[in-house]
Every structure is written in structure tokens, then in C-alpha cells.
Design a protein around this ligand. Sequence first.
Ligand code: AMP
Length: 466
Amino acid sequence: MTKFSDLNLNSKVLKAIDEAGYENPTPIQAGAIPAALEGRDVLGIAQTGTGKTASFTLPLITQLARGRARARMPRSLVLCPTRELAAQVAENFDTYAKHVKLTKALLIGGVSFKEQDILIDKGVDVLIATPGRLLDHFERGKLILNDVKVMVVDEADRMLDMGFIPDIERIFGLTPFTRQTLFFSATMAPEIERITNTFLSNPERIEVARQATASETIEQGVVMFKGSRKDREASEKRKVLRGLIDAEGEKLTNAIIFCNRKTDVDIVAKSLKKYKYDAAPIHGDLDQSQRTRTLEGFRNGELRILVASDVAARGLDVPSVSHVFNFDVPGHPEDYVHRIGRTGRAGREGKAITICVPRDEKQFDAVEKLIQKEIPRLDNPVKPTKPAEAKDDKPKSTRSRSSSKTEETVETTATNEETKSSRSRSSSGRSRSSSSRDDRSTNKVVGLGDHTPSFIGLSFEERMAS
Ligand code: AMP
């Protein structure tokens, strides 16, 4: 087995690795580090959890240990799709470069330009940035990329999902042709293949096993769930989620709940809080300080449940999550693999449970096809709600009429969101019959047309239950 000491890393870097407690390089590290130190381009096909951050950070620090940066001309550039990931790479840098004198700057949104300008003006060895923010600085004339010797692109497939590929191409064009490129992606979509063929020169290609095949320690399950009525599906689904959480009892030490949409991240987190679960949301629209605080709390065990969007959770290094819940089946089957990869890390046991509604069944089939495995069907932990029982679907301590208001607000938002999506579906002509059925089941309010909130026409009891 390869040892870190066989890899030609700087002795100060080796010391930091030793202090971090790492015994041996992971496969992506053993493959990428020697090639990177020889100055070759690297194409790493690996996802988070494989040790890929160190596979580019360690050789980068070794290479930069000699030399010094000039004002406004960074010597290396690391591009990350999200602020959190960029911040995490910066943290890794601090860990591995603690015995080497190097300067770094983190260019991410939500931090003032002025502070970042001061750092850049002094000269930085390593610039870690999200593509948009980097280009903002460039366009303000504050940054010169002519001296970039090494450029790292991390999580390129996520960049593709987020529409950053044109920015990445532009940044490639702004850096010298002679630069070295270390490029990482979990998957090789055709567009990623094209970029690597265009901008990488004879790269060393290292592919590590997909996490789905590696993590046999993750117990998976799915609840196939259909709402009793379309306008109740969202709230009933949240009830199923609570049932699943409760069923895990103390085995659930901490969990990440994934939703496909930011609005649902907010709604689910708010609803869980309302029901006295220790939960908080994280997604791209929340301000940076709040995101940092939430993450910090989750990492150090103060927060039990993190409700997240894929983008926000991507690459987050939270070492021991006992449970992952997919409140929605992800749109891309690869995301399922990323999501469940948050649990069962480093040989620990983990559990991943998905809730699948009828309209997501096709997507769920795609997930099973990708992982080449049938995911066991679980019973719905919640008994079907009869109308007479509906009012029991309220937090125990908040059954008074006044305090149910908050939940009603939450539910109303959800209902409006549902209405929106059913409107867009019906506009594409797919659910004409169901929308006319909805019209019959609600007392349509003249003048509101399609904008009639679906709770109008329900009794107070029904509204409270929804
Ligand atoms: P990454 O894939 O970069 O997100 O890394 C996942 C986790 O593995 C991080 O917590 C790293 O600190 C840790 N890690 C990276 N390299 C090693 C190693 N060689 N041995 C043990 N842990 C490692």
C-alpha cells in the first residue's frame, strides 16, 4: 500500500497530515498526488467523501511552498460551485498548510468586496473562489490571472448543474495556456467531457469507485406514499417524515433531510420546528452568516436535523450523520448517491430513507437502475388520517387556536407552492382533468380564478389538518 511518505510531499505538509491523524492516502490521493507533483494535468472522477480535497490541496501546497505571490496576481486558483464548499476547501488549506507560510484569500458572495480586495492587493498564493464572485473581481479590474500556475476545478458536475460552465470556460481563457489543471467531477456528463477535452492536456485520469457501490454500510429504504387528496399531499408527506424520524428513536443521532426545492427546505424546517424537532434549514438564498452558523451547529452536534437543498449540502464535510431522509426523490439519480453518501461514512453504519410520491416514481426507478439494486419498500409509519382524526395532526403543545396560526402560515405557503406547480402542470396540458376536479372540490371565489388558494372552501378543521 502507498504511504504518504512515498508521495514526494513537502516534509511540512507530511507533518500536518500526521497531525490530522491520517494514516494512509486514499485511492484518489495515491493516484492524483504523484501526477500533480510531476506537473501533469489531473482528471479526478471522484465524489466527496473520497478524500479528493486533500488530493489537490496537498500537492498544491507542496508546489507553492517555494516562491511568492505578487500583488493582485494569485499563483493558484481553486474554483468551487458553492460558498460552503469554497469555505471548506479553505479550511482544508489551513489544516494542511499550517507549517508552511502561504497566503490565501476566499472570494465568495456574502463577504464584502473591500475585505477581499485588501487581501488580493497584498498578493495571494492561493485564491479559492466561486466562479461568479471571481469574475466580479476580475471585471472590477482588481484581479490579474496571468500568473496562475495551477488551476483547480472542484465538483465540475455541480458547476454544470448550476449553469457555471460558461463562467468556467471564461476563467480558463483568462489564465495562462501553460497553467496546470486539476479537474474533479463525480460524473462525466458529455458537457464535462467536452470541457476536459478542450482545456486539459493529456491528463492523468483517476477514477475511484462510486460511493453507492462502496458504501455497503448504508441501510436503504423507501416509503411509497400517496396523499389522501392532492391538496393535502404536502402536509401529509411532512407527517410521514415525522413518523419516520420518530420510528428511528435514539438511533437517530443526527440527520440531513434533503428537499428538491428551496421553498420546501424552508417549509419542512419550519414545520419540524413547529413540532418541536431540533431542525434548521440551509440553502443558497439564506444569508452567509446564517448558513455558517447553522452548519457549525450541525457539525458540533448542537443541531440535530439539517434540512438542505442539494446545492447547499454538496460537499459538506459532516463526518458522522446517522440518517439521511430524502423528502423528495432527487431529479438526477446521481444526486441520490451523493445524498445517501452523507451517512455510512468511513465504515460507520447509516440509514437512508426516501419518501416517494406517485409523480416521482419514474425518477425513483432511475435511482434503482443507477445503483443496480432494489431499495426495500418500507411501511408508511403513519396510519391514514380519517377526517375525524385530522385535528390530531397538530403539535401537542400548540393545539390552541391562536398558536396553530404559525403552522397554518407554513401550510398556506406549501399549498400555494403546490398550486403553483399544479398550475404549471395543467398549463402543459397534463392534468386538465384533475384541475377541473379540484375546481369542483373547492368553492371557487369569483375574481381569483386559478389563483384560488386550495384551502378556501375547506372547513376550519380541514384547514387545520392540511
Ligand atoms: P473529502 O472527500 O475531501 O470531502 O474528504 C472527506 C473526509 O476524509 C474529510 O473529513 C477529510 O478530512 C478526510 N480525509 C481525507 N484524506 C484522508 C486520509 N488519507 N485518511 C483519513 N481521512 C482522510
